[in-house]
Ligand binder design. Structure first.
Ligand code: GLC
Length: 477
C-alpha cells in the first residue's frame, strides 16, 4: 500500500501544535507495523525548515499553473528512518516568515500551492499512491484536485482520499480566490451538498469530496455531528457519518519517557516517582520560586488559544484557597498571554507565566508538575494530557473529545486523572480543589500517578486502526 501523507507541520522539522506530533509519528508507525506499507510525507519547505540546512537532495523542478502565470516549484527529498519526506519549495512558501500568518488570503494561496504541488509531484515521479491522506485544511485542496483529476484511465484513477480533521473550526476561509486562480472552482465533484457559505472553503469542500473522513478521537467524531461542536457543518458531517470515524492519537513513548529524558534534572519512572520532587525543586529554583514541601505544582503547557480554556483555568486559580504553585508555558493569543502574565504579576510568590515556546522547559515542567490543567472548550484529541500522565503529572481536564477518551476519572484507587464538565468554570474550580485534597493523601496520590504512568498511549495502536481504515478505502465499491 502506498500513501502520500500531507501536513503543514511535522516534528522534528516544524511544530506549532499537535498536528506536528501526529505527522511526525504516524507515518513511521504505519511503516513499522506493516512493511508492505510505504508512506511518503509531503511538507511545505517553510523558512524555519530551510534555516536548518538539512542534507536535502533536489529531486524535481516543475511549475504549477496559476491564472496570472506559472509558479516555479522545487522539491527536495530527505530519507529518514526509512521514511521519504518531500519538502515542497516555492517562493510564497519559503519567503513567508511564519508557518501560519494573520492573512487568510495569503495562507490560502500558499497552502493551495503546496497541496497542488504535492500531487503534481507524485504524477511527475510516476509514484502512484493508493491513498492521499490529507490533514486539516492546509492539505484539503489536494483532495479537491484529486477528485477533479480522477477519471477512467487517468493517473489518479484508483487513488482514494482520506481527510483527517484535527481542528474543525480552522477551515481555510479566505482561500477561495486562490483556489479559483489555481483552477479549483465549484465544479469539484462532491458526495454531499454544502451550505452556501462553505462552498469554496477548503476544509468543507474536502469533507464533501473525500472518500473517507476521520477525526482524532471517538468522542469528537460524535460531538462534531452536533450544532454545539459542528461549526455549521454538522449536517454535512451527519450526511457523511457512515464515512466518518474517530481514531485516537498516540504519543511517541520513546521520545516522551521520564526514565531516559536527558533534558530533565532527575530521571524517574513509576517506581521512583519521589524523584519528581527533585525536578520540582530544580525548576522552582530556576524560576526564583521558594520551595515548600507538600505544595502541589499546577501547570499549563499549551498553545494559548481560546480553545484551550486558559481564561477559565486562571479564573479558578484566583478563587482557590489552597496552597499551590502555578507555572504556565506557551504562546498564542495576546489577550490570553496578558491574562496569564497579569496573574503572575499579582501572585509573584507562587506563579510564573512563561510566554514562549520552549521544548526543553516543557519537558522540565512535565517532570516537575503534580498537575496539568486542560479546561479545553473542545479538544479533538489533545496530546498534553497523555504526555502529562507519562510523566506522573496528573491531568485535570474537561470532559470533551479526546480528553474524556484518554483520562480515566479517579475514583477509589482507580483512574488516571480528574474530569470536569466543559465550559463550567465553577466545576473546574471544584475539581481542582478535590484533586489537591487527593494530592495530600500520599498513598492514593501515588496510585493515580502510577496508573497514568502505566497506561499505553503508543502510536502502534493508532497505526493499527489507520491500517484497518485504509483497507476499507481500498475495497472495491
Ligand atoms: C489539534 C487539536 C488537538 C489534537 C491535535 C492533533 O491541535 O486541537 O486536540 O490533539 O490537533 O490531532
Amino acid at each position: 500500500m502506498k500513501i502520500l501523507f500531507l501536513s503543514a507541520e511535522a516534528e522534528p522539522f516544524v511544530k506549532i501544535g499537535g498536528l506536528a506530533d501526529v505527522a511526525g509519528a504516524l507515518p513511521n508507525a504505519l511503516q513499522e507495523i506493516d512493511p508492505q506499507t510505504e508512506v511518503r510525507l509531503a511538507l511545505p519547505y517553510h523558512q524555519v525548515i530551510k534555516q536548518q540546512n538539512l542534507p536535502l537532495e533536489p529531486i524535481a523542478a516543475y511549475t504549477i499553473a496559476h491564472r496570472d502565470g506559472v509558479i516555479p516549484v522545487q522539491v527536495y527529498r530527505l530519507i529518514q528512518n526509512d521514511l521519504t519526506i518531500y519538502f515542497i519549495s516555492a517562493e510564497p512558501i519559503t519567503k513567508a516568515p511564519t508557518v501560519y500568518s494573520e492573512d487568510p488570503g495569503f495562507d490560502g494561496y500558499k497552502y493551495t500551492l503546496f497541496s497542488l504541488a504535492a500531487l503534481r509531484l507524485v504524477e511527475i515521479l510516476r509514484w502512484n499512491p493508493d491513498i492521499i491522506h490529507a490533514n486539516d485544511w492546509h492539505a484539503s485542496m489536494s483532495i479537491s484536485y484529486l477528485v477533479k483529476e480522477r477519471f477512467p484511465n487517468s493517473f489518479f484513477e484508483n487513488t482514494k482520499a482520506l481527510l483527517t480533521i484535527h481542528n474543525l473550526p480552522y477551515m481555510g476561509q479566505g482561500a477561495q480566490p486562490s483556489m479559483i486562480a489555481f483552477g479549483i472552482g465549484e465544479d469539484v465533484p462532491s458526495k454531499t451538498s454544502l451550505p452556501d457559505w462553505a462552498k469554496g472553503v477548503p476544509l468543507p469542500m474536502a469533507i464533501a469530496a473525500a472518500d473517507k473522513l476521520n477525526t482524532v478521537s471517538k468522542t469528537y467524531a460524535k460531538e462534531m455531528l452536533t450544532p454545539e461542536f459542528g461549526c455549521g457543518l454538522e449536517q454535512v458531517l451527519q450526511s457523511r457519518a457512515t464515512d466518518l470515524t474517530g481514531i485516537i492519537n498516540g504519543i511517541d513513548m520513546k521520545l516522551w519517557n521520564p526514565r531516559t529524558d536527558t533534558e530533565i534534572s532527575q530521571k524517574f519512572d513509576r517506581f521512583t516517582t519521589e524523584q519528581k520532587e527533585d525536578n520540582k525543586k530544580f525548576l522552582l529554583a530556576e524560576l526564583g520560586l521558594k520551595y515548600s514541601p507538600n505544595t502541589p505544582l499546577l501547570a499549563i503547557i499549551s498553545r494559548l488559544e481560546y480553545q484551550k480554556g486558559i481564561d477559565q483555568a486562571i479564573h479558578a486559580l484566583r478563587e482557590l484557597d489552597q496552597d499551590f504553585y502555578f507555572i504556565g508555558l506557551g504562546t498564542g493569543n495576546h489577550q490570553i498571554e496578558a491574562l496569564m502574565t497579569d496573574y503572575q504579576n499579582q501572585n509573584y510568590e507562587k506563579a510564573r507565566a512563561l510566554i514562549k515556546y520552549d521544548g526543553k522547559l516543557a519537558r522540565q515542567l512535565y517532570a516537575a508538575a503534580d498537575f496539568v490543567l486542560m479546561p479545553s472548550l473542545y479538544e479533538p484529541c489533545g496530546i498534553t494530557q497523555m504526555i502529562a500522565m507519562r510523566y506522573g503529572a496528573v491531568p485535570i481536564v474537561s470532559q470533551t473529545g479526546g480528553l474524556g477518551d484518554t483520562v480515566i476519572p479517579y475514583l477509589h484507587h482507580k483512574g488516571t486523572g480528574f474530569l470536569a464538565q466543559r465550559n463550567n468554570p465553577q466545576e473546574f474550580k471544584a475539581v481542582i480543589q478535590k484533586a489537591i485534597q487527593t494530592y495530600h493523601n500520599k498513598s492514593e496520590w501515588l496510585r493515580i500517578q502510577r496508573n497514568g504512568m502505566s497506561a499505553d498511549f503508543s502510536w502502534l495502536n493508532a497505526a493499527q486502526k489507520y491500517q484497518e481504515y485504509y483497507q476499507t478505502l481500498l475495497l472495491k465499491e
